[in-house]
Design a protein around this ligand. Structure first.
Ligand code: HEM
Length: 175
């Protein structure tokens, strides 16, 4: 990890790549990957298959990052699977987040979460080392979700109708 001085220098060098103008200029790369993702889902929908959408959200976001950071997609969407390197990154960095995924925390219906201080939830952190990719992340999530809902009707499979916090298979079918 960089010391404070080098961190500030590196962050300053990186920041222009995350400005609203830079992000707008990269939108075609995002849209291209989202188009590929939608077409892949369409193929599966046509075949009547159930899907684990978590995988597909990972594929499209990883391919976007590959395109933007390395000038080359990881090819997760093309192969409908994780690139070996992408799988490594996912396992190391993200698996502990999904274990704590409790969406009902935010629905304000379940009393067990009533005393949660929701404002303390800062997934992008705060301060001088906070996430520089926050706007990019929100832009990508908004585009992916909006275009998914625009294109498809989705149905949660009956096996997933338990409370979110129960072990479940998060499969949907799309129509
Ligand atoms: C939902 C998606 C994301 C979440 C929740 C997230 C969260 C975070 C958090 C918590 C940190 C601070 C880590 C620390 O304190 O050491 C961070 C740093 C960082 N993130 Fe993200 N991030 C996300 C997406 C992205 C994306 C899409 C990019 C780039 C395209 C990105 C680039 C970075 C960079 C470069 C840093 C280091 C910033 C610095 O050290 O000054 N992040 N992220």
């Amino acid at each position: 990890m960089a010391d404070t001085e080098n961190h500030a220098r590196l962050r300053k060098a990186m920041s222009p790549a995350f400005s609203p103008r830079a992000l707008a200029s990269q939108e075609p790369i995002l849209q291209h990957n989202v188009e590929l993702y939608l077409n892949k889902l369409q193929d599966h929908a046509t075949n009547g298959l159930q899907l684990d959408l978590r995988l597909w959200y990972n594929y499209v976001t990883l391919d976007m990052i590959g395109d933007l950071a390395f000038g080359e997609s990881f090819g997760c969407l093309d192969s409908s699977g994780f690139h070996a390197w992408a799988q490594f990154v996912t396992v190391v960095n993200f698996s502990h987040w999904s274990a704590d995924f409790l969406p009902e925390r935010w629905l304000e219906e379940d009393p067990q979460f009533a005393t949660d201080v929701k404002e303390a939830f800062q997934p992008f952190s705060v301060g001088p080392q906070s996430c520089v990719g926050k706007k990019f992340a929100y832009d990508s999530m908004n585009i992916i979700l909006a275009r998914t809902l625009w294109r498809f009707d989705m149905k949660l499979e009956s096996a997933c109708k338990e409370k979110y916090s129960q072990p479940q298979v998060p499969y949907v079918s799309i129509h």
